[in-house]
Ligand binder design. Sequence first.
Ligand SMILES: NC(=O)c1ccc[n+]([C@@H]2O[C@H](COP(=O)([O-])OP(=O)(O)OC[C@H]3O[C@@H](n4cnc5c(N)ncnc54)[C@H](OP(=O)(O)O)[C@@H]3O)[C@@H](O)[C@H]2O)c1
Length: 255
Amino acid sequence: MNKTALITGASAGLGYEFANRFAEDGYDLVLVARNKAKMEEMKKRFPNLNITVITKDLSNPGAAREVYEEVKAAGIKVDALVNNAGFGLMGKFEELDIVKQSEMISLNITALTELTHYFLPELKESPNRARILNVASTAAFQPGPMMAVYYATKAYVLSFSEALAEELAGTSVTVTTLCPGATKTNFASVANVEKTKMFSGAMSPQEVAKQGYQALMSGKRVVITGSTNKVGAYAAKFLPRSLAAKIAKYVAKEA
Ligand SMILES: NC(=O)c1ccc[n+]([C@@H]2O[C@H](COP(=O)([O-])OP(=O)(O)OC[C@H]3O[C@@H](n4cnc5c(N)ncnc54)[C@H](OP(=O)(O)O)[C@@H]3O)[C@@H](O)[C@H]2O)c1
C-alpha cells in the first residue's frame, strides 16, 4: 500500500511542487486548496496514484476539522502532512483591511495548528516514519514592518514547529520547518510585494520545494533555502531586533 501525503495550498506555487515531489516518490495524495481545477489536473499527471481533492477555504473557522473528517470518511491514513497554504499582505498595519489580516492569521496559524493536532495521533501510529512539514519563511527571524502580521505569523510557525519537533523527539514523527526567502510564485502578486527589493533575487519554486523535500525526508528540523537567505537569517540572530526591523522595512521598499 502506498504512503499518503496531505498537502495544503497544493493548487499553486510551492504546494504544487511538493505534490509533484511526493507523487514522483509514489505517495498517494490528498490535496487541499480553494482552486479545484488545478488540483484535479494532478490526477491526469499521475493516473496510477490515488489522489483525493478537497476544495476548502482553510481560513474559515472549523475548516481544518472538516478536512480531517473528510479524510477519515474516505478511509485514508496520512503518513506526511505538509502545512503549506499561506499568504502575505504588504502595507501599514493600520491601513490594511483587518478582516483580510485576520484571515491571514486563521490560515497561516490556526489552520496549520489545528491540522497538526488532528492528524498527529495517526501520524504517530503510522507504520512508516511519519513527517510533518510546516512552511514558515525567512520572515520568521525578525519583525517585519509593512508586513507586520505576516512576519509575526511566520515567527509563530517556526517557534511552534521547533517546539513540537522537540516534543516528538524519539518518536517516529519528525517535524521540519521550511524557511524560504523570496520565491517566484503567486505569493508576490497576492501580497503586493513584486516590485520590492526583497523580491529582486527570488528563487524558483522547484528549487525551494526540492530543498524542502530533501530536508523533510532526512528529518532535518529547520531548512533555510538559498545561501543569501541563510546569511540573512543568521545575521538576524545577532543584530538588535530594532536594527533587524529597520533592515526589513528597507527591503520592503520598491527596488
Ligand atoms: N513565495 C514566497 O516568496 C514565499 C516566501 C516565504 C514563504 N512562503 C510561504 O510559502 C507558502 C506557499 O506560498 P506560495 O509562495 O506557494 O504562494 P502561492 O503561489 O500564492 O500559493 C499559495 C497556496 O495557498 C493556497 N491558499 C491560499 N489561501 C487559501 C485558503 N484561504 N484556503 C486554502 N488554501 C489557500 C492557494 O490556493 P487557492 O488560491 O486555490 O486556495 C495556493 O495553493 C505560504 O505559506 C507562504 O507564506 C512563500
